[in-house]
Design a protein around this ligand. Structure first.
Ligand code: NAD
Length: 300
């Protein structure tokens, strides 16, 4: 979902993009790619051949098993793709002499806290297998960057909750929309209603990722930046906003069978450092972002 957008945006500025994806998430290759390879991130030969053929200036590494329940059920597979896959990529990047690698991490690496999460001073404590793999990716990139004798620079993007109409891993918004569209009594039944998340449209995240690829600070070998909105909304607010967009009055009810025993009450990011360093800021507010998810054909 994010890679398609980053590809489209990069090509729109006149750049070239080679995409490597095994298409396991179910979305097709982005049409705009200059070169597409259907391959596995863990396959060293595929990576080497692609880097030799294309000779890129930078790598934006997004390939991962990202569906969190799958990461719990298939723990070794998740770590294999996310952690070993990242090692294979960094080793290939090292041999190909790539100067800049940007890796997608997650707001889930932070410890639970109520106040906004900041890159320099908020503690980290991944609490599921997916977050553990992303925490590992951050450390892997840090090592890679430090071993480059000043010619390599790594950037970690701590992405919060991306939303997009084509999200292959999203369940909450499609579930709410399906219930809203099928509701005869105006009721939506969900599990935990109070958890608050920092939602951002996938187009804005992609813009942020590109800004990180272009980060002009060549003398900073490694840095970590949040990609988030700095505003959080509860599940209940999300439902009501979606109802409003669809022109429906909605009542939200708790379905005890869907209540998760463990759920972070809040996951709010602080985007201040990213804004100050990269000049990036989201272009779509919460309502407009959701409107584009509900009516993607109306998006600008
Ligand atoms: N969407 C979010 O809210 C969010 C939040 C935090 C971090 N991230 C991270 O951003 C990145 C992109 O996420 P997305 O939302 O675009 O998800 P996505 O599932 O659309 O993208 C991941 C891509 O990786 C590919 N892939 C999976 N295993 C592979 C393998 N073995 N070899 C090659 N390709 C493989 C999938 O086919 C998919 O196209 C991921 O690393 C994800 O963990 C996303």
């Amino acid at each position: 979902m994010l890679g398609r957008r980053a590809t489209r945006q990069w090509r729109a500025t006149g750049g070239e993009v080679a995409v490597l994806d095994d298409l396991s998430s179910g979305l097709p290759m982005p049409e705009e790619a200059t070169l597409s390879v259907n391959g596995d991130i863990r396959d060293a030969d595929t990576l080497t051949a692609l880097l030799n053929d294309f000779n890129p200036a930078a790598i934006l590494h997004l390939a991962a098993v990202h569906h969190i329940p799958t990461c719990e059920i298939r723990r070794a597979h998740c770590l294999d793709v996310n952690v070993v896959g990242t090692e294979r990529l960094l080793a290939a990047a090292e041999h190909a002499g790539i100067g800049r690698v940007v890796i997608a991490s997650s707001g889930a690496v932070y410890a639970w806290q109520e106040s906004p999460l900041s890159e320099l001073d908020s503690p980290l404590a991944p609490c599921d297998n997916y977050a553990l793999s992303k925490y590992s990716n951050e450390q892997q990139l840090k090592f890679w960057s430090s071993r480059g004798d000043g010619v390599r620079s790594g950037r970690v993007a701590r992405i919060f909750n991306a939303i997009g109409h084509d999200d292959p891993n999203g369940h909450l918004i499609p579930e709410i929309l399906a219930q809203l569209r099928g509701a005869t009594d105006g009721k939506v039944r969900l599990g935990n209603l109070s958890p608050r998340r920092d939602y951002l449209h996938a187009d804005d995240i992609a813009r942020g990722l590109i800004a990180m690829v272009n980060d002009p600070r060549r003398d900073v070998p490694f840095d970590t930046l949040n990609l988030c909105s700095g505003i959080e909304h509860s599940v209940q607010q999300l439902v009501l906003q979606l109802g409003q967009i669809l022109g429906q009055r909605v009542e939200v009810e708790v379905d005890p069978a869907r209540v998760r025993r463990v759920d972070r009450p809040s996951q709010l990011g602080n985007p201040a450092r990213t804004r100050a360093i990269l000049g990036w800021q989201p272009q779509l507010g919460f309502e407009e972002a959701l409107r584009q998810v509900v009516f993607p054909d109306h998006a600008q």
